[in-house]
Design a protein around this ligand. Structure first.
Ligand code: GLY
Length: 369
């Protein structure tokens, strides 16, 4: 049931292994990267409590010694202070250019540790062992690393590709149902942006996947990762096609800002709602059929995922204020909002040619639902 996806960026090729039992097999998979049998691992306290000893055993079975640093879980960890903590700790461990650092956690740990690895001794290799669905299908692949500052999320960082990614499907079994379903927001995004057949597969198999079916989870992660890898190979630094990966994100970022980046809305939940709004906007602009947004919303509801603005607890700002928040997104280019819209499920494109009134109409109607 194991799968392999390769990212063939010239000079920075790497493998992504997907399947159950990868923590136990981590030592054998990592050994070819090592010049000496030791690694440093940075994790968070949630993942550490559940899985650090499993990883230690998997590495020890190949004779690899591991030193670990555990940081607090949560988005707040992705800051300057913890970047310093990581870098100083890695230097305390005498990590050299030829050593390998392991980022063991969700998107926060992957981004923070990847960034620390990118600047330590002007760049050391790092391995991503993503432990959340969202990190397995999105943030661990493609080399975006970074931290948040008081000016916003992910504003400081670097492109630094991992040397290896191990997506252990068993680890997803310890996620809360809410976190898992939030990750499904990023999974469905891939079907919508470029693969109608994958969307159809999700309509049939999504509930089974959410219920824990390992084969379905392997398939969903593999197809998502394969699509992400293809896009990253075409456009590593987001000069063009990589922006497709932001389907749903212009709406999502405004909703995350409106909810104070709090537990009211997880990132993947915002992506799912954002995709529904992006399809609605596409349909109203006459770009895709009217059935497409309804079909997506029916799927999201069937999965038990957040679908509409009314699924977000508490009050939201009005449509004008949400549009204003979209304007503060870092993906705004020359003051113009960029949207990813669809011609059909599985056929998306990037455009800045969207009338402000069309966005306002969609938001007003969504708020009134
Ligand atoms: N998460 C979007 C990207 O990696 O480009």
């Amino acid at each position: 049931m194991r799968d392999l996806v390769q990212v063939n960026l010239p000079g920075r090729e790497y493998d992504i292994h997907i399947g159950p039992g990868l923590l136990a097999g981590a030592g054998d998979l990592i050994t070819p990267l090592l010049s000496q049998p030791r690694v440093t691992v940075i994790t968070d306290d949630n993942v550490g409590a559940l899985h650090l000893e499993g990883l230690r055993a998997g590495l020890a079975s190949a004779g690899i010694k591991m030193q670990s640093l555990t940081l607090p879980a949560g988005e707040g960890t992705k800051n300057w202070a913890n970047l310093t903590t990581c870098v100083e700790w890695l230097l305390d461990q005498k990590v050299e250019r030829r050593d390998v650092v392991i980022a063991f956690g969700g998107g926060v740990i992957g981004d923070l540790v990847g960034f620390a690895a990118s600047i330590l001794r002007r760049g050391v290799r790092f391995v991503q062992i993503p432990t959340s669905l969202l990190a397995q299908v999105d943030s661990s692949v493609g080399g975006k690393t970074g931290i948040n500052t008081r000016h916003g999320k992910n504003l400081v960082g670097a492109f630094h590709q991992p040397a290896l990614v191990l997506a252990d499907i068993d680890v997803l079994g310890t996620m809360t149902p809410r976190d898992f379903l939030a990750g499904c927001g990023e999974v469905v995004k891939y079907g919508l942006l470029g693969d109608a057949e994958f969307f159809e597969w999700l309509e049939v198999n999504g509930p089974k996947m959410a219920a824990g079916d390992v084969a379905a989870r392997v398939h969903a992660v593999r197809r998502s990762v394969q699509m992400k890898a293809e896009i990253v190979m075409r456009d590593e630094t987001e000069q063009g096609d990589r922006a497709l990966l932001n389907l749903g994100h212009t709406f999502c970022h405004a909703l995350e800002a409106a909810t104070g980046y709090s537990d009211r809305l997880l990132h993947g939940e915002g992506v799912a709602i954002g995709c529904a709004l992006a399809l609605e906007l596409s349909s109203r602009m006459g770009l895709c059929s009217q059935e497409d947004p309804s079909r997506l919303r029916a799927f999201l509801r069937d999965m038990g995922m957040k679908t509409d603005l009314r699924d977000i607890e508490g009050d939201l700002p009005d449509a004008d204020a949400l549009l204003e928040l979209m304007g503060q997104d870092k993906k705004v280019l020359d003051g113009q909002l960029r949207f990813i819209l669809t011609r059909a499920i599985g056929d998306s494109f990037v455009t800045s040619d969207v009338p402000r009134t069309a966005v306002l109409d969609v938001l007003q109607d969504a708020l009134a639902l």
